[in-house]
Design a protein around this ligand. Structure first.
Ligand SMILES: [Zn+2]
Ligand SMILES: [Zn+2]
Length: 336
């Protein structure tokens, strides 16, 4: 089968013919229809993070496809069903985190496209318990970005505690931010979108942002503070300056939800202001299977839109370059 493979962290991905996987006990093999490109895939391919992925590696954790074969003991799925294969490829199911609704924090988790092979391939082997059914009526090209960008920002809005009278600022409105602002809108909030690119802000407007700020032309902090300050900020932008602005755009008692992962891994947190203004700073990582099922249900019922751009797997290196240069205005999705 065809796959895009990382052999070393310095080189490009290679399009190769690799053996098709066979399902073991409790596993399924899925024939991939679509695979979204998440920025994490680029970090994985470059070995950017302290915990390195396996090598060789097939990246990809926004895979959507059709169950082709079942291993022994699989009772929750049938051949021919459409499923999504998310970042949380496996968790133990019995630890304190797993049993309290926080399987995303399981210390025994395995991650698709990182510690196990992912969806930049014609077929993927996955744990049957951790794939999520994609309801009929959802376009697989739209289901792919929902599988990470969607569920990640849906969960971020959930942990922000957003209420219907809130003002939510979204810093960075690319693939993640476009979804974050829609979930804030679903929760009833008003949305300010902040970015450096007018094309992304234009899409944000079309998706329902009440206010947009190009931070190259206008100070987002004073703009948002003039509106009364943000009750919460969802920070998908991954560098020091927008994180600092995001913090200062909050109103008293506000919540900063960190989602994007900056390469430098640091931000300045002014302790005096954090304490006196009662600021909450929360990290949010992907979402559970239930969160993803909710994301699909919202989309099936027409509450969200997924802007995407179609690419072929052969264009994977160009696609990575486009995302790294900020040229991609929406999520890139490989079609098979
Ligand atoms: Zn992702
Ligand atoms: Zn666990």
């Amino acid at each position: 089968m065809k796959a895009a493979v990382v052999h070393d962290f310095q080189g490009p991905l290679e399009i190769e013919d690799v053996p098709k996987p066979t399902p073991g006990e409790g596993e399924v093999v899925v024939r991939i229809e679509t695979a979204g490109l998440c920025h994490t895939d680029i970090h994985a391919a470059h070995g950017d993070w302290p915990v390195k992925p396996k090598l060789p590696l097939i990246p990809g954790h926004e895979g959507v496809g059709i169950v082709e074969s079942l291993g022994s003991g699989v009772e929750n799925l049938r051949e021919g069903q459409r499923v999504a294969i998310p970042w949380l490829g496996y968790a133990c199911g019995i630890c304190e985190h797993c049993t309290s609704g926080w399987e995303t924090l399981c210390e025994s988790q395995r991650n698709t496209g990182y510690s196990i092979d992912g969806s930049y391939a014609e077929y993927v082997k996955a744990s049957a318990d951790y794939v999520v059914r994609v309801p009929d009526g959802i376009d697989p090209f739209e289901a792919a970005p929902l599988t990470c960008a969607g569920v990640t920002t849906y969960k971020a809005v959930k942990v922000s505690g957003t209420r219907s009278s809130d003002l939510v600022a979204v810093f960075g409105v690319g693939g993640l931010g476009h979804m974050a602002m829609q979930y804030a809108r679903v929760a009833g909030a008003s949305v300010v979108a902040v970015d450096l690119f007018d094309e992304k802000l234009q899409v944000a407007k079309e998706l329902g942002a009440e206010f947009v700020v190009n931070a190259r032309q206008q100070d987002p902090v004073s703009f948002i503070q003039e509106l009364g300050g943000a009750d919460s900020v969802i920070a998908t932008a991954a560098s020091a300056r927008p994180l600092d602005q995001a913090f200062r755009a909050l109103r008293r008692g506000g919540t900063l939800v960190l989602v994007g992962l900056p390469a430098e891994n640091q931000m300045q947190l002014p302790i005096f202001e954090t304490v006196l203004q009662g600021i909450n700073v929360v990290g949010s990582i992907v979402g559970t299977r239930v969160d993803l099922a909710e994301v699909f249900e919202l989309h099936r019922s027409g509450r969200t839109r997924v802007p995407y751009e179609r690419r072929s797997l052969e264009q994977v290196n160009e696609a990575f370059a486009d995302v790294e240069a900020g040229r991609a205005t929406s999520r890139l999705v490989f079609g098979f």
